[in-house]
Design a protein around this ligand. Sequence first.
Ligand code: SF4
Length: 227
Amino acid sequence: MCDFAEAIVKQWRDDMNRRQTLGNLNSVDVSRCSLEAQPKHSMVNHDKESATIRVGISSCLLGESARFDGRHKRDAYITGTLSRWFEFVPLCPEVAIGLGIPREPIQMVARAGEQPRAVGVHTPTLDATEALLAFARMVAPGLSDICGYIFKSGSPSCGMQGVVIHSPTGAPVARGSGIFAQALMERYPLLPVEEESRLGDPLLRERFIERVFACHRHREQTLKNSG
Ligand code: SF4
């Protein structure tokens, strides 16, 4: 972890310890968020010491074999460093809507003048767009207490930005966000979001971690004021 992020973490933990000592800790009530709509494969670790900072994540980044080819995209920085501080809420939209593992890969395709849709690479009539949007609407209320989301880059479902959009003939014509990610970002426009590829940049990583902790501090303060 970089010096800046370590300083943030240390400041936060010192603050938490001080308030625990004073007996006035108003921790986030993680039980408030049941996430009833999350898919069965999702894992939420409630036993961790740092269980109060909840961050959504594309489940394949944690090592879950959820990708179309049955593999995963485990990210060592996320699982080795960030998981010490964040309680991850993993979701795989494509598995959740029943596409299965393995499955036909999907891609973003846009017809002229229309919004991009997530359709099968080999079977264009396989259109997952509406199901992904419905899944986002279903899980969004249960994600109201997360303080960040880490998306899988390049995914037609989870990509935060820069996802290749093809023409109906297969030519790359633009770039945009994955269907699920876009819907979630529209629902929570102030939520700190990043994707794993950008977390390799020290500056972007620091900004993301800083925003997650700021969100958490704001939530704590809001709970404290309302309690
Ligand atoms: S990128 Fe998203 S949809 Fe694709 S395997 Fe990972 S979590 Fe599932």
